[in-house]
Design a protein around this ligand. Structure first.
Ligand code: NAP
Length: 529
């Protein structure tokens, strides 16, 4: 498939008429040869949103099997792009082949996971409360299911050019929910976006879906994204990126005549708690595994362990020394964009210049002028962090801060003060369990995922995962952006009260013709599935 640099407007393609920009090779920072890309304009935004709105009712009311087959086909078409996709993504993102091949598998698997969910009918969450004519007062028949919210604007993430971009988690969940999607491609990987976008466009055509089910626009600025969020046809937004970007989109969505939800994943430092017995028993292993996790993918994971909390003493000192030694051997890695590298360096300078912060180690220095980041490890006291909360702000990249706490009470105080997180990790042995038990209510309040004895950088895509958390980890701590539960963000419940049988949606008919799992009169019905 040749790259053409065109916007995807439903079934059509055309060049944008806005400002021109180039894809950049991450390692060399040189502009990649043709095609050039042009930003979309307001009229393009209006056209794709109108197409999406006109596709919505047709798409969401189609038999589930058609929607599911479309998602399966989109997965197969993305896989069939082969090495062209991987090589383009390597060049644009600087991420290594193995990582991107893994991401491609995750992208295809999550599309297939949502296809299976659509087939099962479980996301409808069907419920029936039969009429109780004898009751005083009598109760009429009530039936409940979830339907798609409407067209969704998805912002591709820079740090997951496949699994959280054009066909990533937000897109897959929204399409599975029956919502048309308009993607605002991330300008850091336009070629990768174009390849994947065209694969989805072909899947829409092959499935004979209304063309407005999927569109994709380019922009190297903020106008297109802002106009998308403001457009009256858009009913929800999926975003992963900076806190400033997420907040800006939330403000636009809230200021609309009809405010809409923005599901923004923004910043998290993913505290790791080094519980005393585990720290004493496995100091060096923990320190080495921690450094491997914090520098994985040049630290460009939203689940990067950016804050390590432990209790002052011999174990903590040894952990700090081993981690510092290990990190000082780590080579400088390529960052996703020049802007992300500059933001990282500014964050590191801010820490290094703060008299309350001790620089424990820096990784190997990069060549001057390269787009590589030098890893960094800092140390602060819990008292300093409690006095200056900005010491717990995310510095996106291979950086982490060790926090020395006087005792468990002080560690708990720090946890109570930190902002919402995607994850909190406990490193614990049996002797730590009662202290950990006492901390659990705080951990539950602060994080979307609580782990024991691992590092948070791997995120399993499945039914039981939560990738979310209280603000600012996400704008809406009541939801997840990974796993089957992600579909709930793009659905809303509808109750059908006393409707004639012929008007009741298929999933809610007495005979259960679709064989879906339902809660009837307070109990789950038995189904063959
Ligand atoms: P970003 O600057 O937030 O941009 C993400 C997307 O949102 C881009 O498409 C961007 O468009 C758009 N956007 C940003 N601000 C906007 C606004 N005010 N109005 C409309 N659209 C807007 O994120 P990034 O480029 O990926 O990286 C920048 C920083 O974000 C990183 O240094 C890091 O701190 C953070 N980040 C965090 C995570 C995480 O998972 N926690 C992931 C990625 C990035 P344009 O690019 O066209 O301007």
């Amino acid at each position: 498939m040749d790259l053409r640099g065109e916007l995807l407007i439903g079934a059509r393609t055309r060049r944008g008429k806005g400002g021109e920009f180039h894809a950049i090779d991450a390692a060399s920072e040189q502009a990649l040869p043709a095609p050039t890309y042009n930003s979309a304009q307001a009229s393009d935004v209006d056209e794709v949103c109108t197409l999406a709105e006109s596709a919505f009712d047709i798409y969401r009311t189609m038999p589930a099997e058609r929607r599911a087959s479309f998602l399966d086909d989109a997965a197969a078409r993305i896989e069939a792009l082969g090495d062209v996709l991987i090589e383009r993504a390597m060049s644009e993102s600087g991420l290594p082949r193995a990582r991107l091949e893994g991401e491609r598998a995750r992208t295809a698997n999550q599309l297939r996971m949502f296809a299976a969910l659509v087939r099962s009918g479980d996301a409808l969450d069907a419920r029936i409360e039969p009429a109780l004519p004898e009751r005083q007062p009598p109760r009429t028949d009530l039936r409940f299911q979830r339907i798609g919210l409407g067209p969704v604007a998805v912002f591709g993430a820079s740090n997951f050019p496949l699994a959280f971009s054009v066909a990533g988690g937000d897109t897959a969940a929204a399409l599975a929910a029956g919502c048309p999607v308009v993607v605002k491609a991330h300008p850091a990987h336009p070629g990768t976006s174009e390849l994947v976008g065209r694969a989805i466009q072909e899947a829409v055509r092959h499935a004979e879906l209304p063309e407005g089910v999927f569109s994709m626009l380019f922009d190297a600025g903020h106008e297109v994204g802002a106009a998308l969020v403001a457009h009256p046809s858009i009913k929800a937004v999926g975003f992963t990126g900076s806190r400033a970007g997420g907040r800006a989109l939330m403000a636009i969505a809230a200021a609309r005549a009809e405010p809409i939800p923005v599901y923004a994943e923004m910043s998290s430092v993913n505290p790791n708690l080094l519980m005393p017995a585990a720290l004493a028993a496995r100091t060096d292993t923990l320190a080495r595994d921690f450094v491997a996790s914090v520098t994985l993918g040049c630290g460009q994971f939203c689940t990067n362990p950016g804050l390590m909390l432990g209790i002052a003493g011999e174990g903590f000192e040894r952990f700090a020394a081993t981690a510092a030694r290990t990190l000082s051997d780590v080579g400088a890695g390529v960052m996703l964009t020049g802007g992300i590298l500059r933001a990282y360096e500014a964050g590191i300078e801010r820490f290094a210049a703060n008299p309350a912060v001790m620089t424990l180690a820096r990784g190997k220095a990069p060549e001057a002028g390269s787009r590589r980041a030098q890893a960094a490890l800092f140390r602060v006291s819990a008292q300093s962090l409690l006095a200056d909360h900005s010491l717990a702000d995310e510095v996106f990249g291979p950086c982490s801060v060790l926090v020395e706490c006087g005792d468990m009470d002080e560690l708990r105080t720090v946890l109570n003060r930190i902002e919402g997180q995607l994850t909190i990790t406990l490193h614990l042995d049996e002797a730590d369990q009662s202290a950990a038990q006492a901390l659990l209510p705080v951990l539950e309040r602060k994080a979307g995922r609580i782990l024991a004895n691992g590092f948070p950088t791997g995120v399993e895509v499945c039914d039981a995962i939560v990738h979310g958390g209280p603000f600012p980890a996400t704008s809406d701590g009541g939801s997840t952006s990974v796993g089957t539960a992600a579909i709930e963000r793009f659905m809303r419940p509808v109750c059908y009260q006393n409707l004639p049988a012929a008007l009741v949606p298929e999933a809610l008919r007495d005979a259960n013709p679709l064989g879906v799992h339902r809660r009837v009169a307070g109990r789950y019905e038995r189904t063959s599935g």
